[in-house]
Unconditional design. Sequence first.
Length: 447
Amino acid sequence: MSTQKRKMPRREFVKRTAAGVGGIAFTTAASYARILGASDRVRVGIVGFSDRFRQALLPAFAKVGKELNFEIVAVSDIWSRRREEGVAEIERLTGTKPRPFRNNEEMYAARVTDAVMISTADFQHAYHGVEAIQAGQDAYIEKPLAHTMDKAIAIRDAVKKSDRIVQIGTQRRSTANYQMANEYIRSGKFGDIVMAEMTWNVNQPGRWRRPQLVAAIKEQDTDWKRFLTDLPFEPWDPRKYLEFRLFWPYSSGIPDQWMVHQIDTVHWFTDLPRPRSVVANGGVYLWKDGRKNWDTATIVFDYGPLTDLSKGFQVVYSSRMTNSAGGTKELYYSNAGMLNLDTNEITPTGGLGERAAAEMGMQANLLPTMKLSEVAGGPETAANTGADSSTTANVRNWMECVRTRKKPNADIDAGYSHAVALCMTVAAMHSGRKVTFDDAKQDIVMR
């Protein structure tokens, strides 16, 4: 039984998205190659001058763009204030003044860009991604890729049918310590994963709130219908426009924003494409400010081979916005110990000790204590999701792949996998039931 009714069939979604950019005969792969060869410059358009772009992606671009000869030439935002701020801030950090556009249709019709960076509201990422592919653009698309299956399938299919380079904003895949962890787990030295515990805790009543902007914005200064994309129409609501992370279907909140980063590492380290099942519990326990998305969540995933239920492990993801104890953690366990991606240490913590092993005629199974860098080689880099080395590395990898046409670290398959896990999570949250997945139908099933 499907738990998510598709608001729009996939073909219609792609068709409507393509029509939305005017049906223009966009740049072909061959002409795109000639453009790069002619000027050796990649012209980038910004789709959405968001907080994420301002605080993380723009500083990352400023660090590596000039070296790789990428230039921001356009900024598209439906809110006049954001357009003006975007032009000024991009010029301040990069030295180049981009051309402002009221919307993506205008920008693509002008044919001034070769690639785009998309950092709009959570529910818009896939929609704007399909738009970009239809316009012949390479794209950097912020996470989550999608939180409904129709959008996840649409963007995956659009990318697969194209020759565009698309990087998803799950930047851990470009981060040194996570790459070392991936190599270490794949080497077999860690042993089989038996459990992973992940947390993301803050104590911020103002997290994802924008009260000053909510009071300042006027409907006539933006384009509410374009903001809704293909969602059912509802009257203007400045909170849903600016504080979208607090309201479904604009976002699921904690899973959209934080969980996808961490669950993506499970897929990466194990080559498992999705969870076998998901259950979830939580609610709005403290910050009763009109939000609909939970301020506290515990989500339990079952992972393992899809054809062998005798093997597998559990992932417990917990997050609260009401007490910051524990912070952000990713702990992987085997029978022999623990891999801590906060400290970048491998330890025998919790491993099978001599006494317990001897009682069953077994040998102790304990990992040595060491740093990840000692077993994998290379510098250590702590995880961070702001204007940081991780985001810079992911932007650099995208730029390099645009030039070489090689597969980026966080490619569309990685994005689709985290989108499936996210859609399963959302269904579990909304239904209170155990959720599985039908690969043949590419849809969610509730038990």
